[in-house]
Design a protein around this ligand. Structure first.
Ligand SMILES: Cc1cc2nc3c(=O)[nH]c(=O)nc-3n(C[C@H](O)[C@H](O)[C@H](O)COP(=O)(O)O)c2cc1C
Length: 309
């Protein structure tokens, strides 16, 4: 502890009491009458539901009087645009981060980026969706899950005097949180190829990091340098512990040691789930003994399903 100083925790602690790495995005929402898309700079935007739920979702934290909060409350849709870094592009984010400009003023201020229709509009040509930015490296198209935390009746108001929600909708006098279902993730070709065919140092998506920190004069952001990687630890569990887990399953399906050996690299927390998947396959295929051969079939099937996704 002698190597640290204890910092006072204040409002906006992520930028006033610490250095916090965050994404840098421009979030697009429809203006009041739905005739155009207005963009605001946002960094407090993080993955929220990542697995095991009925959808995938992001969490946005924003000022409840912002154009973005109003756009989401009114129309329920937004686009999260991850732009490439350059000093000029960062300046554009800072321009889009100036509180008080109306959506109409912001639409005129946006100089470097081009709003275009996204996948939501392509799928539903008669629907009204905020546009995505053509220069983005990656875009998430999202829909607010307003029913969470009973926020469905929240609407745009001059002032919010409570009661406030805990985690979705209007959450304090000046704050709002929005849990946003991800409808589409759109990636530029090069980075789509990287995901599908393998990431290297050359094709890693070069997104900048907003450091949150700002003093009375400057916003701080760092350019993307280059990706480096370290290998995933090759920690094989002992076959006895895989056998132990297999024997504890509520089933009459048995595994041979050769089959269990094929599971020694599965990380501990997922082992039961993987074994249960094998038993499910065995039940569906009237199989009572899983050998190396059946395990191979199950693995191939899993690989096919992954490819389809
Ligand atoms: C780089 C950057 C990141 C920002 N991140 C956030 C954020 O995550 N949440 C927030 O409420 N305001 C954030 N701001 C401030 C908003 O951009 C500012 O309130 C702006 O007026 C929002 O635009 P809008 O009213 O069009 O939504 C950020 C500003 C900048 C420049």
């Amino acid at each position: 502890m002698s190597n640290f100083k204890d910092v006072r925790i204040m409002d906006n602690f992520y930028q006033s009491s610490s250095f916090f790495p965050m994404p840098l995005t421009l979030i697009g929402t429809l203006n009041e009458d739905g005739t155009g898309t207005s963009y605001g700079a946002y960094s407090l935007i993080f993955p929220y539901y990542i697995a095991g739920k009925e959808c995938y979702a992001m969490l946005l934290e924003c000022r409840n009087s912002s154009n973005t909060a109003k756009g989401i409350l009114r129309h329920g849709k937004c686009t999260i645009n991850f732009m490439p870094y350059s000093t000029k592009n960062f300046e554009e984010h800072v321009n889009m981060g100036f509180p008080g400009d109306t959506p109409e003023e912001k639409m005129k201020t946006l100089k470097r980026f081009t709003p275009v229709d996204g996948k939501s509009k392509e799928e539903d040509p008669n629907g009204n969706y905020p546009k995505i930015l053509d220069e983005a490296l990656q875009v998430f198209e999202c829909t607010w899950i307003k029913e969470l935390d009973n926020a469905q009746d929240d609407k745009v108001e001059e002032e919010y005097n409570g009661p406030y929600h805990n985690f979705n909708g209007i959450t304090s006098k000046f704050g709002a949180h929005f849990i946003l279902k991800i409808d589409h993730i759109l990636l530029k070709d090069k980075y789509y190829d990287a995901l599908i065919n393998g990431v290297t140092k050359k094709n890693f998506c070069p997104l900048p990091t907003n450091w949150g920190y700002r003093d009375s004069k400057n916003f701080w952001c760092s350019d993307y340098k280059k990706a480096s990687s370290v290998g995933i630890p090759n920690r094989e569990v002992d076959i006895t512990s895989v056998r132990y887990a297999a024997e504890r399953l509520q089933t009459d399906v048995k595994f041979t040691d050769d089959a269990l050996k094929m599971l020694v690299k599965v990380p501990r927390p997922f082992l039961k789930l993987v074994l249960q998947g094998c038993v499910k396959w065995a039940d569906e295929n009237n199989c009572k003994l899983i050998t190396e051969h059946e395990m191979q079939i199950i693995n191939d099937k899993r690989a096919q399903e992954k490819k389809k996704k």
